[in-house]
Design a protein around this ligand. Structure first.
Ligand SMILES: Cc1cc2nc3c(=O)[nH]c(=O)nc-3n(C[C@H](O)[C@H](O)[C@H](O)COP(=O)(O)O)c2cc1C
Length: 223
């Protein structure tokens, strides 16, 4: 099937994509709550009510000891005053990055609402019992895959099939089985930024910065 768009140079096809050409929610930073957690909760609830697809998918950027960055998407598990939580294998590349360099950044973008949220700060692993609780709340398939291990290693289909079958059998025999490397992490934000697109490009940016006292200061930024 062809609509002839392939004859238009890619850069022109990219430039032709319309941005922020829809009804966008308003954002009055003067009305923003004292804490970024409260504002995130407000924005997430509106995203859910508005049918934003998968608003809990966030990008996590890490860097290795040499400062080389990597990023990937993850599921956000919770947000509270302690931080932004996600879960993964500590034996994965991101887990190794975080062990060597605990500084990371999270970002999400909700196109339907022209909203971006970013947070950066150190990441700490939660205690084993909290990681285990997260693991046990996953679906049986997701648990078997994580228990089989080897995330991001080159795929050997036969070995994977054997490892996943073994993992399924272990979980069936003992539903309390937990992958020892599965880790719930908390990004403890030093700053959190909320970005609201406007059709006329007068985008609004509000950054919360955590002070030593634990209180947050708010700063408007140029878009
Ligand atoms: C929508 C989406 C959600 C994902 N959620 C997770 C997750 O919660 N935890 C996880 O370890 N990987 C998740 N992944 C896979 C990661 O993006 C990534 O491929 C994997 O964790 C390996 O990353 P690494 O090699 O940088 O360690 C998700 C991928 C997508 C596209």
């Amino acid at each position: 099937m062809s609509d002839h768009t392939e004859h238009v140079p890619l850069r022109d096809r990219l430039r032709a994509i319309r941005m922020f050409d829809t009804d966008l929610p308003g954002f009055d930073p003067a009305e923003a709550p004292d804490s970024p957690v409260a504002l995130f909760t407000e924005w997430l609830d509106l995203a859910l009510r508005s049918g934003v697809p998968e608003p809990h998918v966030v990008n996590l950027a890490t860097a290795d000891v040499a400062g080389r960055p990597s990023s990937r998407f993850l599921i956000l598990k919770d947000v509270d005053e302690a931080g932004w939580r996600f879960a993964s294998s500590s034996a994965s590349p991101k887990g190794r990055d975080l062990a060597a360099n605990p500084n990371a950044a999270i970002a999400c973008y909700w196109a339907k609402q022209g909203r971006q949220i970013r947070a950066r700060g150190p990441v700490v692993p939660e205690p084993p019992e909290r990681s285990a609780a997260d693991f046990l709340a996953r679906s049986p398939d997701a648990r078997a895959e994580a228990l089989a291990g080897g995330q991001s290693e080159p795929l050997d289909s036969e070995k994977r099939a054997v490892a996943v079958a073994e993992a399924r059998a272990r979980i069936a025999a003992d539903p309390g089985t937990v992958a020892p490397d599965w880790t719930l992490y908390t990004l403890q934000p030093e700053s959190v930024e909320f970005w609201q697109a406007a059709r006329n490009r007068e985008h609004v940016r509000l950054r919360y910065t955590r002070e030593g006292s634990g209180r947050w200061t708010r700063t408007l930024l140029r878009p």
